[in-house]
Design a protein around this ligand. Structure first.
Ligand code: NIG
Ligand code: FE
Length: 414
């Protein structure tokens, strides 16, 4: 058994004897210990406390790491990404700078369909190596668990290729990875006038193979005007649920069309995006068991109004934060920036943002019993910061890399 003592930690954040999904005022409570120690055995957290409480024989561990001046917090749990994609879309970014809208770019075969064309023309090996590099990059930025969606295939072969890449990432990476089937991301051009034809393909051709090969943990649908209607989302989710895939859904990004209410009746694990929310949407989500996942970097990149985080938190909604890493609306998987933006633009408190990006993010991947807090028995996925005066300095000094080291499963990554 390998055992490491981390001593003299300036501040150890997210220490909890037990953990549960956080709502309302609880979200602002981030328990921390000043001048702390932490013991990691194999890949797990085995103990922690004040330095004065460290038993003398605790010092005689095989390896001792001195974290003087450092803050340690649980690694980010990024519960919504599209990290597997074939190519970037900075040409569309420039078109938008010149005046085209997201909807106009989609209408001319850009956007998701552009990514689908690129993905279908890229080999599984190439896709894997691109995704692997992105995974390494985000893990160096402190992400220790991540959800990854399909949805840039939109053909049987393309969707399976994406999900097989995610499966290989799961097998080879030390990060905790969850896979989501998002075949219902956009209608391919040939199905634009034949929605039922594409839904049949998703339900009768794709889902059975995905279930048989255990390629996905969740099902997702982009419920939006010009994409999938509430009724279409319901049909696709019911089919997914019959195969054991619970929904995590894209709703209320551009329009409020009833996705929240339907998502709640489908017992969605999480309802994600939420840029465009009515008062009724906020109340309904606040009373529900579904997690509300905010993706502020997507709102930032598309120059949209930010998600109503304060109203959601006040309504009792269990709020999580995620990066939405994808080539169209959030070409960055940097959770540090997500946390900063949620404070700067949505007025979340630093403690709320950290909880939403760690523990609640873990619950949004049903990994809350394993990750997201400093709790004995949880996986040792940790961020070690450079010296910072206080936790609030993290979002305050946005854009500065304040991560010194990242530990995943008890080992420092290089
Ligand atoms: O979550 N909104 C739908 N899907 C992605 C963007 C997809 C794309 O533009 O490639 C999102 O923002
Ligand atoms: Fe997304």
């Amino acid at each position: 058994m390998s055992s490491i003592l981390i001593k003299n930690i300036k501040q150890l954040c997210g220490t909890r004897t037990e953990s549960h999904l956080l709502r309302g005022k609880e979200l602002a409570e981030l328990p921390c210990i000043e001048n702390a120690y932490l013991i990691v055995e194999d890949d797990e957290i085995a103990g922690y406390g004040h330095m004065e409480e460290l038993e003398p024989n605790g010092m005689h561990r095989k390896s001792v790491f001195d974290a003087s001046g450092q803050t340690i917090l649980p690694a980010w749990c990024d519960s919504h990404t599209h990290l597997v994609f074939a190519g970037s879309r900075e040409n569309e970014f420039v078109d938008k700078l010149k005046g085209l809208t997201y909807a106009e770019i989609n209408a001319r075969g850009g956007g998701i369909l552009n990514s689908a064309r690129k993905l279908n023309a890229t080999s599984e090996d190439e896709l894997f190596s691109l995704a692997w590099k992105r995974l390494e990059q985000v893990s160096r930025l402190g992400t220790g668990a991540i959800e990854i969606k399909s949805g840039y295939g939109l053909t049987l072969e393309g969707e399976l290729k994406m999900l097989r890449v995610i499966k290989k990432l799961k097998e080879r990476s030390k990060l905790e990875i969850r896979a989501t089937f998002l075949g219902a991301h956009a209608y391919p051009a040939e199905y634009r006038e034949n929605h039922q034809g594409y839904i049949d393909l998703l339900v009768n051709e794709m889902l059975p193979v995905i279930a048989r090969e255990k390629l996905a943990d969740y099902i997702d649908v982009f419920c939006e005007k010009g994409f999938f209607s509430v009724r279409e989302m319901q049909a696709i989710c019911k089919a997914g649920i019959s195969y054991g895939l619970n929904p995590k859904l894209h709703v209320n990004q551009m329009n409020s069309i009833g996705g929240i209410q339907e998502g709640i009746s489908l017992n969605a694990i999480s309802l994600d995006h939420l840029e465009t929310m009515t008062g009724e949407d906020i109340d309904a989500l606040g009373r529900s068991a579904s997690i509300g996942t905010l993706l502020p970097t997507a709102a930032f990149f598309l120059r949209m109004d930010f998600q109503p985080a304060r109203m959601l938190i006040d309504s009792g909604c269990a709020t999580a934060l995620a990066s939405d890493y994808n080539p169209g609306s959030s070409p960055s998987g940097n959770m540090n920036f997500v946390v900063a933006l949620s404070c700067i633009q949505m007025k979340m408190l630093p403690e709320e943002a950290v909880n939403a990006a760690t523990l609640n993010g873990a619950y949004a991947m049903q990994l809350g019993d394993k990750l997201g807090s400093i709790t004995i028995g949880k996986k040792a996925n940790l961020i070690f910061t450079k010296p910072i005066p206080s936790l609030a300095y993290l979002p305050y000094s946005f854009g500065t890399n304040l991560i010194d080291k990242v530990m995943i499963g008890g080992e420092f990554i290089s």
